[in-house]
Design a protein around this ligand. Structure first.
Ligand code: FES
Length: 198
C-alpha cells in the first residue's frame, strides 16, 4: 500500500466517523490511556470495548472504536433484512466462505450477525483500507446500480457492500467486511473484541 493510500484511508476514516457521530453517536470505552504505564497502555489498546446500543433506532448506525479501528453497529430495518437474499447472486462471497477474514461461527448465517437486527462489522474496506460511506437508502442514485437495496459505498475505488457487509462481485475489494469478535452482555449492551466470558 502506498503512503498516499494510507493517508487517504485515514482521512476518509475520520470523515466517515465524524458523520456517523453526528447521526448515531460515538461510543467508546477506551480509557484515557496517557496516564497509564506502557504495559497498561498496551492492554488498553487491545481491550474489548462496551457499547450501549439502547438509543440506536432502526436504520441508524453507531461507530465504536476498537483497537484503533471503527466498528459499526447498524440496526437494520425489516425491509433491509428482507432485501438481503436478493443480493446473493450479485455478491462475490454471499456465504462468507473466504478465509482472509474468517467469520465467527455465531455470524455464519444469512444476516452475518448474532441478532439479525444488528450488524456488527469493522468499517474498513478490504481493498486498501478506506472507510466506506453509508448508502442505506434503496433505489437508483449516483455511483450505484438502479436495483440498489441499501448498503455501503467505498469512495476510494467504488467497492460496494450490502447491509450485511458483503462485497459485490467485480469490485476491487476482495472480501466482505470483517465481523469482529463480539457478544451481548445484555439486550442493550455489546462487548466488542471478546466473544466468550473469561
Ligand atoms: S479502498 Fe479501494 S475500494 Fe475501498
Amino acid at each position: 500500500m502506498s503512503d498516499n493510500a494510507v493517508d487517504q484511508g485515514k482521512r476518509t476514516w475520520m470523515i466517515a466517523t465524524g458523520c456517523a457521530g453526528a447521526v448515531g453517536g460515538v461510543a467508546t470505552a477506551v480509557p484515557f490511556v496517557s496516564t497509564f504505564s506502557p504495559s497498561e497502555r498496551a492492554k488498553a489498546a487491545g481491550a474489548a470495548v462496551e457499547a450501549d446500543i439502547s438509543a440506536l433506532k432502526p436504520g441508524e448506525k453507531m461507530t465504536v472504536e476498537w483497537r484503533g479501528k471503527p466498528v459499526w453497529v447498524v440496526r437494520r430495518t425489516p425491509e433491509q433484512l428482507a432485501a438481503l437474499p436478493k443480493n446473493d447472486p450479485l455478491l462475490a462471497d454471499p456465504k462468507s466462505e473466504r478465509k482472509a477474514y474468517p467469520i465467527p461461527d455465531y455470524a455464519k448465517n444469512a444476516s452475518r450477525s448474532i441478532k439479525e437486527e444488528y450488524l456488527v462489522v469493522v468499517g474498513i474496506c478490504t481493498h486498501l483500507g478506506c472507510s466506506p460511506s453509508d448508502k442505506f437508502v434503496a433505489g437508483p442514485q449516483a455511483s450505484l446500480p438502479d436495483d440498489w437495496n441499501g448498503g455501503f459505498l467505498c469512495p476510494c475505488h467504488g467497492s460496494t457492500f450490502d447491509m450485511a457487509g458483503r462485497v459485490f462481485k467485480n469490485k476491487p475489494a476482495p472480501d466482505n467486511l470483517e465481523v469482529p469478535p463480539h457478544m451481548y452482555l445484555t439486550d442493550s449492551k455489546l462487548l466488542i473484541g471478546e466473544d466468550k466470558k473469561a
